[in-house]
Design a protein around this ligand. Structure first.
Ligand code: ATP
Length: 362
């Protein structure tokens, strides 16, 4: 009994990508499929970082196709290709950077930098090429969180080479601005230092550049948001009403400048007692989920208030690299996957909704 390509396509249309919630044909993940003398060849290309999922997907496709009558052998290749970005109209794109993700918070101290660095490392752990730009003028903390010292080198006296740590490229406003200078003086220097960081860093072929934004929703944040060709923003909040209120302001600020929200991260959602392991929602519960429902955005993950998260970041070795098999690293990886998928989806949606949007095809 012989089999044709239409039957192969029909079988592939039954395989659901569990992370996208759509089948492999609808997600346009099948780049090539052919059959010759009972031998099936299929090339699958995922649009988000998912290296750790390749094996499971390979097994599922192989089983599904091998079960078809007339199939003698199956040859499946799985890879990933991060989609190029769509950004706010009128902003110049950065060379060598496919997607920029702003990590922001309405309020300071909610764990924005901790989330940004772990998100960057989790995306890299799934095989993406990632950069981290620390634009938090109030307290650039990425050098400490990554245990990085020194200044970026300049080969031509104008541009900077990003530093590297744990497989990601890093540049920080802390390297350019004297953080001991009072904020009132630093303010005017900020936008030019930020421009320098953004445009004069020689990023090398990034799938994602994660920008750790300064906390708040004032003029500085708005200016920065308007200068960066952002694919989307991730907003970090804690569960208290006051933090949620500020997070909503942040959300509106991004909407105002046409930047889509890729997701909300609820940090310090429950306190885990180091003695008995009891989980207590000391800052309240359910607020972030309610906010997400109200604004139609996704709650991409909730991290507990866990002493090990603070200890690892303070020691310059964030959770995702310090305890890759731990529960919290798993949550960060899940957040990274959801953000990666949201980027792929938003780029697709924006291109169809706003045909005049700037799209970089790389
Ligand atoms: N889930 C968590 N559990 C325990 N400690 C945490 C958690 N998230 C962040 N922290 C700690 O809280 C402190 C503040 O975190 P972080 O610097 O990431 O916040 P931020 O929002 O970026 O602050 P800033 O407003 O200063 O930029 C840090 O010491 C960090 O290690």
């Amino acid at each position: 009994m012989s089999i044709d390509n239409a039957q192969i396509q029909a079988a592939l249309a039954q395989i659901i990508d569990p992370h996208m919630g759509e089948d492999l044909i609808s997600t346009k993940s099948i780049r090539y499929s052919a059959i010759e003398k009972g031998c099936v060849t299929v090339d699958v290309v995922l649009g988000y970082p998912a290296q750790s999922q390749f094996e499971a997907l390979h097994t599922r496709i192989t089983h599904a196709l091998a079960a078809l009558p007339g199939v003698e052998s199956v040859d499946i290749t799985i890879s990933q290709q991060i989609t190029a970005h769509a950004v706010q109209h009128g902003i110049k794109l950065l060379p060598n950077v496919k997607n920029i993700i702003a990590v922001a918070s309405g309020k300071g101290g909610v764990g924005k930098s901790t989330t940004a660095v772990n998100l960057a490392l989790a995306l890299a752990a799934e095989g993406a090429s990632v950069g981290l730009l620390d634009a938090d003028i109030y307290g650039p903390s990425q050098p400490m969180m990554l245990g990085l010292e020194g200044k970026p080198e300049s080969k031509d006296g104008k541009s900077m080479e990003p530093l590297e740590r744990y497989g990601i490229q890093v540049n920080s406003i802390g390297f350019l601005v004297d953080t001991d200078t009072p904020m009132v003086w630093r303010g005017p220097m900020v936008t030019s230092a930020f421009d320098q960081l953004l445009k004069q860093t020689n990023w090398r072929e990034l799938d994602y550049l994660i920008v750790d934004m300064p906390p708040g929703t004032g003029d500085i944040q708005l200016t920065l948001a308007q200068r960066v060709p952002v694919t989307g923003a991730v907003i970090v909040t804690t569960p208290q009403d006051i933090a949620l209120l500020d997070a909503k302001r942040g959300l509106k600020m991004f909407e105002k400048v046409g930047i889509p929200i890729l997701g909300i991260v609820e940090n310090m959602s429950t306190h885990i007692c180091t003695h008995c392991g009891h989980a207590e929602p000391i800052f309240g519960a359910g607020g972030a989920a309610q906010m997400c429902a109200q604004y139609g955005v996704e709650l991409v993950g909730s991290l507990p208030l866990d002493i090990s998260i603070r200890e690892r970041t303070d020691a310059g070795c964030p959770t995702v690299v310090a305890q890759p098999q731990g529960h919290n690293a798993g949550i960060y990886r899940e957040i990274a996957r959801k953000v990666g998928i949201a980027v792929a989806r938003k780029a697709r949606d924006m291109r169809s909704k706003f045909p005049d949007i700037v799209v970089q095809n790389t």
